[in-house]
Design a protein around this ligand. Structure first.
Ligand SMILES: N[C@@H](CCC(=O)N[C@@H](CS)C(=O)NCC(=O)O)C(=O)O
Length: 343
């Protein structure tokens, strides 16, 4: 477990915090935390475009903060102040992983990367307004094979969360769908309680985790990573499977605002990240036929929490090795090929 803390981003020293000196607030006598809250709110209002743009690489780059630096150092706050911020879910325009640094205290550790299965968890945490701290696991540098990560997930895949305020104490959960269910049950949101509505959501979420994720994952693998010349049968098979399941989803979205009805749920959270670059792998022509999916994706992309989630995940992406820069031996181990041992 020793290297868990190495991965945490280094906050700037408290001396560099704009809230560090009381002399910055000479006229109105407010507590530091009140000033911090006001600053977060004002800057948030100034820069939040309501998440009202479809997420693209370009929109991430134009976000007015240097996401590599993240937020300013947190001032120390009292428990009462922290509770009142949490009660107000005052993440504002910023990712809750940023605001959480102003709050301190128990929060959720998220271990992840820039992948779609990890994006699911960022979106859920932001939708639920839960404070969390994100840690990069650099999978294209092989960090998932380090001993400390095997203690968190013996299957050596991200995402993993550790909830320090969980019903089971420090609850460690892996597998993105299990995490989504856990977070929904913890908060009583994104999943209806009535059994028929609940299982409508669960069955559509299962379509994502058993079919969309794995089929897309294999299609991406055989399109991007497999050696030329030997993979056309496999690529064609996964292409057909992806096209088929998205036809099913598109039909389901006819006359239905969200995947499991008129409420945004963990089924939508599970699907969205895999649709962001769908045309790259499915082809423009096939994707254009999915008109209901396009309408749904556009609406989901306008949700402020989704915008915040993707910006927060981009910080992890920037801290990680790009697939094209990965060492060939690490790629062999990651993909379990050429006799390389994964564990
Ligand atoms: N079924 C898993 C899949 C997770 C997954 O495939 N994670 C990839 C994201 S890059 C990973 O960690 N790969 C590293 C590896 O396989 O070594 C989930 O939904 O959580």
């Amino acid at each position: 477990m020793e290297s868990v803390f190495r991965l945490k981003p280094n906050p700037p020293s408290p001396a560099s915090s704009p809230f560090a000196g009381a002399s910055l607030m000479p006229v109105v006598r407010l507590s530091r935390m009140s000033w911090a809250r006001i600053a977060v709110l004002v800057i948030g209002i100034m820069f939040d475009r309501g998440g009202c743009e479809e997420w693209t690489e370009a929109s991430l780059k134009t976000f007015p903060f240097d996401s590599r630096k993240g937020p300013q150092a947190p001032p120390s706050v009292t428990d009462a102040e922290r509770r009142s911020i949490l009660a107000g879910k005052s993440c504002g325009a910023f990712p809750c992983s940023w605001t959480a640094q102003f709050i301190g205290g128990d929060m959720i550790d998220l271990y992840g990367s820039g992948s779609p299965n990890v994006a699911r968890i960022f979106i859920a945490l932001e939708e639920l307004g839960l404070p969390y701290q994100a840690h990069a696991v650099d999978v294209f540098a092989g960090q998932q094979f380090e001993a400390w990560f095997g203690d968190l997930n013996p299957n050596r895949k991200v995402p993993v969360i550790v909830d320090h305020d969980g019903a089971c104490g420090d609850c460690t959960i892996f597998e993105s769908a299990a995490i989504l269910l856990y977070l929904a049950e913890k908060t009583g949101a994104l999943l209806p309680s009535h059994p028929s509505a609940r299982y409508e959501v669960i069955q559509w979420m299962m379509v994502q985790v058993t079919t969309v994720g794995p089929m897309m994952g294999q299609l991406v693998h055989f399109t991007r990573y497999a050696p030329d010349g030997i993979s056309s049968y496999s690529r064609d098979r996964y292409h057909v499977q992806v096209a088929r399941v998205f036809d099913v989803i598109d039909r389901k979205l006819t006359g239905s605002e969200f995947l499991a009805g008129d409420m945004f749920t963990i089924a939508d959270v599970a699907l969205f990240p895999w649709t962001v670059r769908l045309s790259t792998y499915l082809g423009d022509e096939q994707e254009e036929r999915l008109v209901n999916l396009a309408r749904w994706r556009h609406n989901v992309s306008l949700r402020p929490a989704v915008g915040r989630a993707l910006r927060a995940q981009d910080i992890l992406r920037q801290q990680s090795t790009k697939p094209e820069d990965a060492d060939p031996g690490t790629l062999d181990r990651l993909f379990g090929r050429d006799g390389a041992r994964r564990t």
